[in-house]
Design a protein around this ligand. Structure first.
Ligand SMILES: NC(=O)c1ccc[n+]([C@@H]2O[C@H](COP(=O)([O-])OP(=O)(O)OC[C@H]3O[C@@H](n4cnc5c(N)ncnc54)[C@H](OP(=O)(O)O)[C@@H]3O)[C@@H](O)[C@H]2O)c1
Length: 161
């Protein structure tokens, strides 16, 4: 099962200047809890946003880069979506963890998506594809509202039809 996991604003913004739009500790814990022990796939630019630019602990990390010279200690590097799909084909739980390019490239192969929807529209330069406008995707479940420092957010589960 391949799941996209992301935190988005109302207009599906996910990042600005190669950084996250939101810093919500509860959501970070949710991400950690959800992905722990499983495979996470991310783009080379998103890897740079991780603490010390390092892969995530206690998860099997796959980094996408077309740069043949790029290597990353503690992660597998793949050069194409096809290579990623071959690498993960026998794995039970795989999470696509961004950023914008990787969500776009991997979404056709995702079975579902776990989206933290945050109210408001901070300025963004990277976006997740709008699943509410995509007839292939269905919103299956929405959590109660949560609050952090004036931000209201909720966890939404989408499934591909
Ligand atoms: N809100 C969230 O949940 C969330 C989650 C993650 C990231 N983000 C945000 O997203 C932004 C980064 O996203 P981004 O779109 O700029 O970059 P990205 O998707 O993280 O990484 C893009 C890089 O991945 C590689 N790549 C992309 N497609 C590929 C393919 N088909 N085959 C091989 N390599 C491929 C390329 O690396 P090379 O240049 O090395 O070839 C490309 O430059 C940041 O602002 C970050 O904070 C937000």
């Amino acid at each position: 099962m391949i799941t996209a996991i992301a935190a988005v604003s109302e207009d599906w913004g996910i990042g600005k200047n190669n950084d996250l739009l939101f810093n919500i500790p509860e959501d970070k814990k949710f991400f950690r809890r959800t992905t722990l022990g499983h495979t996470v796939i991310m783009g080379r630019k998103t890897l740079q946003t991780m603490p010390n630019g390092k892969p995530l602990k206690d998860r099997s990390n796959i980094i996408l880069s077309r740069d043949v010279n790029f290597t990353c200690e503690g992660a597998d590097v793949c050069r194409s979506v096809e290579e990623v799909l071959e690498r993960v084909k026998d794995r039970e739980k795989v999470f696509v963890a961004g950023g914008g390019e990787i969500y776009r490239d991997m979404l056709p192969y995702c079975d579902n998506a776990v989206i933290t929807k945050v109210d408001g529209n901070p300025d963004a330069d990277v976006f997740f594809p709008n699943l509410d406008e995509d007839p292939e995707w269905l919103l299956m479940n929405t959590s109660d509202d949560h609050e952090f420092e004036g931000l209201t957010f909720r966890y939404c589960i989408y499934e591909k039809k």
